[in-house]
Design a protein around this ligand. Structure first.
Ligand code: CTP
Length: 131
């Protein structure tokens, strides 16, 4: 069976935590689809644009050998639609989201995988700013 996995994120200032979650997400199936949040979506969420514009973030994530397909996530409210549109069998999210996507269990399996400790885009930005 060709099991299709979907995951979502911003993947700004790409770091080892991003590699790890995508690598582990792929192991949950055969084909990995990444919904990469748009610059506008990030602005509406965090009142700041990502450091890397979406076209660059897409190119970085697409270049990983365990990623098969990347699309732009335009709205947080369209998860159910994206899951169905891309025929996903399993939704993978980092465990910072535990419970938050349980409503998607009516469309596919939902798995929360552990985050890589001690690294995040926000922390990297803070460190760089402090130099
Ligand atoms: N992620 C992870 N381990 C980390 C950081 C992120 O597993 N140390 C996962 C998240 O759980 C998510 C995906 O990577 O599934 C994309 O996360 P994203 O929010 O883009 O990255 P963060 O580094 O968490 O960004 P921010 O600090 O802006 O929240």
């Amino acid at each position: 069976m060709n099991k299709r996995v979907i995951t979502f994120g911003t993947f700004d200032v790409f770091h080892i935590g991003h590699v790890n979650i995508l690598e582990r997400a792929k192991k949950e199936g055969d084909y990995l689809i990444v919904g990469l949040s748009s610059d506008e979506l990030n602005f509406s969420k965090k009142q700041r644009y990502p450091v890397y514009p979406q076209a660059q973030r897409v190119k970085i994530v697409e270049s990983l050998r365990f990623v098969d397909e990347v699309f732009i996530e335009e709205s947080l409210d369209l998860k159910a639609q994206y899951i169905q549109q891309f025929n996903a069998d399993v939704l993978v999210m980092g465990d910072d989201w535990v419970g938050k996507f349980d409503a998607m269990k009516q469309y596919c399996d939902v798995k929360y995988l552990p985050r890589t400790p001690s690294i995040s885009t926000t922390e990297i930005i803070e460190v760089v700013k402090g130099l």
